[in-house]
Write a protein that binds this ligand. Structure first.
Ligand SMILES: *[C@@H]1O[C@H](CO)[C@@H](O)[C@H](O)[C@H]1NC(C)=O
Length: 169
């Protein structure tokens, strides 16, 4: 039994490795625009006003990124900033592009199936983003979850309407 498990895991990792090699350019930015939109909707209402909502911890920007998250995401900076300069984190978190790229890097690094549905998609990214890479199987805060689900549902409805229009013409 133990042997079978190891073998299964190994096969899974081989498949995963070949996927990574086969679609490196896709995984370079694993989070779709749609998904980014729903993440910021749920985190901040996509309010782009530069702001940090906690002075001590620093939870900043569209995606309410923390300093630790930013570090894990590779300390990206806006142009002309140095990663170790005092305001590098705040400047990046409050810049839509820098913040979105940080989300991409974070998900690239911590990609995992948090809700055990066999897929890695926006639902997992939402969990990783809100609960952190190591707690992503946990309970989601109600407000975040409902805003996020509404956003995903809206996109699905838009796509359905679009398809109907195409079928009609
Ligand atoms: C966006 O955030 C700023 C700063 O917290 C706040 O003053 C403003 O009212 C917010 N805008 C919207 C549309 O919620």
């Amino acid at each position: 039994m133990q042997m079978l498990w190891s073998l299964g895991l190994c096969l899974a990792c081989l498949v995963w490795l070949s996927l990574v090699h086969g679609q490196g350019h896709v995984l370079d930015k694993p989070v779709t625009e749609k998904c980014l939109t729903c993440l910021c909707e749920a985190m901040s209402g996509c309010n782009a006003t530069a702001v940090c909502i906690s002075n001590e911890k620093g939870i900043c920007g569209l995606f309410r990124i923390t300093w630790a998250y930013w570090v894990d995401a590779g300390k990206l900076t806006i142009e002309d900033d140095e990663p170790d300069s005092e305001n590098a984190f705040i400047n990046c978190a409050n810049d839509a592009h820098c913040a979105a790229d940080s989300v991409q890097n974070y998900m690239k690094k911590f990609n995992q199936d948090c809700n055990d549905d066999g897929e890695m998609d926006c639902h997992d990214y939402a969990r990783i983003h809100r609960l952190g890479a190591y707690g992503c199987h946990g309970e989601m805060p109600y407000k975040f979850q409902s805003t996020f689900e509404d956003c995903i549902d809206n996109f699905a409805q838009l796509e359905k309407d679009e398809q109907l229009r195409k079928d009609d013409s």
